[in-house]
Design a protein around this ligand. Structure first.
Ligand SMILES: CC(C)(COP(=O)(O)OP(=O)(O)OC[C@H]1O[C@@H](n2cnc3c(N)ncnc32)[C@H](O)[C@@H]1OP(=O)(O)O)[C@@H](O)C(=O)NCCC(=O)NCCS
Length: 185
């Protein structure tokens, strides 16, 4: 199962990552290093474009193998962020969703729409049964995305993430296919 292009509306689409997108994405990460690095551990390991290119190449391989699906989010023909289906557990039909958005494009519902589209793909095309979002309890914007999309907070994983030398508790959110289908119909 590979990662298809998903058109959310005429301005917003999810497109599988490409090596030629690396420069643009690196520019966003580099310009927003402090902001994104607050919540994303990999930002501090992305000091040059080289690890990003490696990540993209690996993601392209995984996109065709189905181990992990990674898209860049395009809004008005600009890359503005990324969304992925990670930790795909085929034995249990479960996976986790991860995401980030350029600060310049927040507050417009872009990520909520992008994650809704990924959720549809995961439940319909991939036939997954359980989707998880793990967000630091103090990352209110990320928790709000999960809550807006009907994910249920199942608990808190204490000190489960270390960021810049500090421990963070992770809120564990999940949405089940049955519940999603019931609301889709
Ligand atoms: C987490 C993150 C993606 C959330 O971004 P966001 O812009 O708040 O989320 P959305 O794009 O869904 O936008 C929601 C906002 O748009 C508003 N909005 C406008 N139209 C909307 C619509 N049609 N649907 C949903 N929300 C809409 C919402 O009311 C909300 O507004 P608020 O900012 O006043 O609360 C972003 O903060 C980010 O990338 N942070 C850094 C990296 C990170 O934390 N990643 C997650 C790690 S767990």
């Amino acid at each position: 199962m590979n990662a298809p292009r998903i058109d959310c509306n005429e301005r917003l689409s999810l497109r599988p990552v490409r090596v030629e997108d690396a420069e643009v994405v690196f520019r966003i990460i580099d310009a927003q290093r402090d902001y994104l690095g607050q919540w994303l551990p990999w930002v501090r390991h992305t000091q040059t474009i080289i690890p990003l290119r490696q990540f993209i190449r690996e993601s392209i391989r995984f996109n065709s193998g189905g181990q992990r699906l990674t898209w860049f989010i395009w809004f008005d023909e600009q890359i503005v962020g990324s969304v992925s289906i990670v930790r795909v557990d085929h034995a249990n039909s479960a996976a986790e969703i991860g995401y980030w958005l350029s600060r310049d494009y927040q507050g417009q519902g872009i990520m909520t729409r992008a994650v809704a589209a990924v959720m549809r793909h995961a439940f319909r095309q991939m036939q997954l049964n359980r989707l998880v979002i793990k967000a630091p309890v103090d990352n209110h914007r990320s928790c709000a995305v999960a809550e807006r999309l009907g994910f249920r907070r199942e608990g808190v994983l204490r000190q489960a993430l270390q960021l810049n030398g500090h421990w963070h508790d992770l809120a564990l959110y999940a949405r089940l296919r049955d519940n999603w289908l019931a609301q889709e119909e």
